[in-house]
Design a protein around this ligand. Structure first.
Ligand SMILES: *Cc1c(COP(=O)(O)O)cnc(C)c1O
Length: 380
């Protein structure tokens, strides 16, 4: 048995957050239970108003999870067979899975090595060869992901989309609360989705998600799709939709957590800056561009001998995680698309070297020092 650390080190510490707001959350849940409006209750509308205002979007429509949010947005754009959607390969499966589920084709894009976000250089190359490589497909949209909490390069992406008549859908599942040139994530491109999965920067105690939309017509379609394709009234069905709503209890929990989000973002940024200051001499630390801020859903470093670093840290009681060990273009689920190793070299190289460190607002300096010492001791 290895030496056991003085305190258990959490990768994400939801317990510390719960201790801070338990009373408020319990009171809010009790109110919902007493009223009994479990579906589309008061807190759902209150949360949607507050989040839309905060990010600077005209409308927020909550739904059952972040994957549904992406799917509903694509359904609202009428995406289906014959359509191609550009997505980063270096992301969670959800970003691309919904494209295939709707019968459309994901076109995987390589990453920037320093921010891990979608490479606009590779995106331009793929678009210029598009007609030759995919003569049967129609390029419809781009789904950039704000990976690990930092927005992608939206000015460049929006311009490329405009030049080619495509939409841009921001996958902000990891970035709620971050900023791009002063605009909050989910208020950057006119349409965005996020996730309230417990481990995300704004998480509930179960599944949850939201779509943010500035366009009135699209908003009406999204609102209809999330409730079985309803028309003016609930039992008129004007299109094929889904059943995807946020529970009122989860909305009540999110209202409580939203009240401390700004403070938690400050705390996350302090933790990140200490990691970068202390570790940049030893490993490749992540870069945040000058015109944006991150909410640090993950703090991820690159190191060539990653696996021995991880074992060393594990023996010292320090948890780590690998996001993502296999880029999507090499996942068995997408084998039919015919990608092979070497097709997207940057994200493939990153996936072999990346490791994420414990990151949450309640990481104390004592524990962080222990983690940092563990890393410095583990790379020699
Ligand atoms: C978590 C996540 C999703 C999906 O969110 P769920 O609420 O788990 O369905 C989508 N995209 C990215 C990038 C994510 O990290």
């Amino acid at each position: 048995m290895g030496a056991s650390p003085a305190h258990k080190i959490h990768f994400i510490d939801l317990e510390a957050q719960r201790n801070r707001i338990a009373l408020d959350i319990n009171q809010r849940i009790a109110k919902v239970l007493n009223r009994g409006d479990f579906i589309m209750g008061l807190e759902v509308a209150e949360l949607e108003d507050k989040l839309a205002t905060w990010v600077g979007s005209r409308r927020c429509l909550t739904c059952a999870n972040g994957t549904d949010a992406l799917q509903i947005a694509l359904m609202a754009y009428g995406v289906g067979p014959g359509d191609a959607i550009f997505v980063p390969s270096f992301t969670f499966i959800a970003t691309a899975e919904i494209i295939s589920l709707l019968g459309a084709t994901p076109i995987f894009v390589d990453s920037e090595e320093d921010t891990f976000n979608l490479s606009t250089t590779n995106l331009k190359q793929l678009i210029s060869n598009f007609k030759k490589r995919w003569p049967q497909l129609n390029p419809r949209g781009i789904i950039p992901v704000d990976l690990f909490g930092q927005p992608a390069d939206y000015d460049a992406i929006n311009e490329i989309a405009r030049d080619h008549g495509m939409f841009v859908l921001e996958d902000a599942a990891q970035s709620f609360g971050s900023t791009y040139k002063g605009h909050r994530s989910c208020g950057i491109t006119g349409i965005a989705t996020t996730s309230f999965f417990p481990a995300k920067p704004l998480g509930c105690y179960g599944d949850g998600g939201a779509i943010f939309c500035d366009d009135q017509e699209l908003t009406n379609i999204i609102d209809s799709i999330r409730v079985h394709g309803k028309g003016v009234h609930k039992y008129e069905s004007i299109r094929i939709g889904v059943n995807s709503r946020l529970d009122t209890i989860q909305a009540a929990i999110l209202l409580s957590k939203f009240s401390i989000l700004e403070d938690e973002i400050v705390k996350r940024n302090k933790v990140a800056s200490i990691y970068t200051e202390r570790l940049s001499k030893y490993v490749t630390t992540p870069i945040v561009r000058n015109d944006r801020t991150s909410v640090w859903a993950q703090y991820s470093i690159l190191h060539d001998d990653r696996d021995s670093l991880i074992s060393h840290l594990k023996a010292a009681g320090i948890p780590t995680a690998i996001y993502y060990a296999t880029p999507l273009h090499l996942q068995p689920a997408f084998a039919a698309l015919g990608y092979k190793p070497g097709d997207l070299p940057i994200c493939e190289s990153v996936s072999r070297r990346i490791v994420s460190l414990p990151m949450h607002p309640y990481l104390t300096i004592e524990i962080q020092n222990q983690i940092i010492d563990g890393i410095i001791g583990g790379i020699n």
